[in-house]
Design a protein. Structure first.
Length: 199
């Protein structure tokens, strides 16, 4: 099988919203969707899949009451690799009765209204200053930059052959007041937990 392309193209026949719904139908769909498509249908691109995951993460995470309440904002910090796919994926969608919107931000200090922040790979060299700021707020941090969960990011996309998978830093999420569904953790390739030292 050929690996997913990084950008969407006119030849793709899987609609981003249809993909998001398919991924959100349950744990097995989250895990097995890349194998379930008809061979004659074009595979979704890497960033179509990542956009669908970003939307669906919102259904498997609970935020504290201090989280923004006006809408459900998915924010992209840094260079946007989705090229409109994320916007089309969430267009007209709602999570917990809140309208899902997409915002682009240039600084972690602009993330006060965000529920999810995708930190672009373009920000790799600034992670050391970005994540401490984001982790002070009830925001789910996601990236495909290498070493993200080791640096206290919460969810990192990883490629498993031609499949987009993800690993989780549960301790980082819990420290920010977020609760991740066991259904989500079941399909992560790795769940990082900090060991509590005993007396």
């Amino acid at each position: 099988m050929k690996p997913c392309h990084r950008h969407s193209g006119p030849g793709s026949t899987i609609g981003p919203r249809a993909l998001a719904r398919a991924l959100g139908t349950g744990v097995l769909a989250l895990l097995l969707f890349p194998f379930s498509m008809d061979a004659q249908v074009s595979r979704p691109t890497e960033y179509q899949v990542k956009a669908a995951y970003l939307f669906n993460f919102g259904k498997f995470v609970k935020w504290p009451p201090s989280a923004p309440q006006d809408n459900f904002a998915i924010c992209v910090l840094g260079s946007d690799p989705f090229h409109g796919v994320l916007d089309s994926t969430v267009s007209g969608e709602r999570i917990d009765s809140k309208q899902v919107v997409v915002r682009r931000i240039n600084s972690p200090t602009d993330a006060s209204g965000c529920r999810i922040v995708f930190v672009s790979e373009s920000e790799q060299n600034r992670m050391g200053s970005i994540l401490p700021i984001l982790n002070r707020s009830p925001v789910l941090t996601v990236s495909d930059a290498s070493g993200f969960v080791e640096r206290q990011g919460m969810i990192q996309f990883v490629m498993d052959g031609d499949r987009v998978r993800f690993k989780v830093n549960l301790s980082a999420a819990e420290s920010a007041g977020l609760s991740m569904s066991s259904e989500l953790l079941k399909v992560a390739t790795e769940v990082k937990r900090e060991e509590k030292s005993g007396d």
